[in-house]
Design a protein around this ligand. Structure first.
Ligand SMILES: Cc1ncc(COP(=O)(O)O)c(C=O)c1O
Length: 294
């Protein structure tokens, strides 16, 4: 964001969002237009996902000054698991080209598509290189969290600006890690498929199990998260209160939706980071601590 935004600029970030998407523009001194996207937050409202998303985007553009220079998106989406198709990406590109905006697509879950779904790259959209850049990280696809190996592709001016900024900040990742990453990509190109099928099975164990408890959640087609509305019998609690209740009564830790922006209130996020056995244990504990379900 330092390469794109300055004091007095503005960026549009959907709410809920991965927290650094919200704080990146702020670190650069820019203004933030956090746009609550009900269609993102509420799986039940996803039928008109595209229409709702673009209506909110138009409003964010039309109201307020200065006009935003940057849009940050990320699909499959953390925290909601929302997914999009290539037509959606084309509309984002058209929207940004018309308004001379740059769109940053964080494609951290590029390889995490379930039930045969393949997440589209924004760079597949026509004209994308005029206005879009896309980030790919090895964190999820190759289980390399914390190694900080990623790359940016797309609009050459933006990529060049980042190269320049990075040259002032550091000399790149520790070389053995870069070499390990290169070898991994060359020698284990199918590893992300394995990882993806592990997340998919965990998703099924979790959501099928929650359904048996009376907590019905639509299955996301991507990401490594399950986003769930606080069940009706507990709806008087906000997301922080509900998560605190689950820690105390069930030894289960979820992320409160409000931690991803005001648009996330009323929801919680499960991360599919435990194995199936541990997920089953968690479900057993949830049954004990949520007697009003069912
Ligand atoms: C949307 C999104 N982007 C990026 C990351 C992290 O990527 P990295 O480790 O490359 O910073 C995450 C991890 O949680 C994420 O959910």
């Amino acid at each position: 964001m330092w390469a794109l935004l300055d004091r007095g600029d503005a960026a549009i970030v959907p709410s809920p969002s991965y927290p650094i998407h919200i704080f990146g523009p702020l670190f650069a001194g820019a203004d933030l237009r956090q746009v609550p996207m009900r269609s993102l937050a509420d799986p039940a409202a996803r039928e008109d996902f595209t229409g709702d998303f673009f209506r909110n985007l138009e409003t964010a553009w039309n109201v307020g000054w200065p006009k935003p220079r940057v849009l940050v998106i990320s699909f499959p989406h953390n925290p909601t698991g929302a997914t999009v198709d290539l037509d959606f990406m084309q509309r984002v590109v058209d929207f940004c080209r018309e308004r001379e905006m740059i769109v940053v697509h964080d494609f951290a879950y590029a390889d995490m598509g379930f039930d045969g779904y393949k997440p589209p790259s924004i760079l597949q959209a026509e004209g994308a290189k005029e206005c879009a850049v896309e980030l790919y990280s090895m964190t999820k696809s190759f289980s390399m969290a914390g190694w900080r190996v990623a790359f940016l592709v797309g609009n050459s001016e933006v990529v060049q600006a980042l190269v320049k900024l990075k040259s002032y900040l550091d000399y790149g990742t520790f070389q053995p890690i870069q070499i390990a990453a290169t070898v991994t990509m060359n020698e284990a190109p199918d590893y992300p498929k394995e990882i993806c099928s592990i997340y998919e099975s965990r998703r099924d164990v979790l959501i099928d199990g929650l359904g048996r408890l009376g907590w019905d959640i639509p299955k996301p087609k991507g990401s490594m998260f399950v986003w769930a509305q606080i069940p009706e019998p507990y709806a008087e609690m906000n997301s922080v209160e509900f998560c605190s209740h689950l820690v105390r009564e069930c030894d289960v830790a979820l992320s409160p939706g409000v931690g991803f922006g005001p648009g996330g209130e009323g929801f919680v996020r499960f991360a599919l980071i435990e194995n199936e056995q541990r997920i089953r244990q968690g479900l057993h504990n949830l049954k004990r601590g949520l007697p009003k379900l069912g």
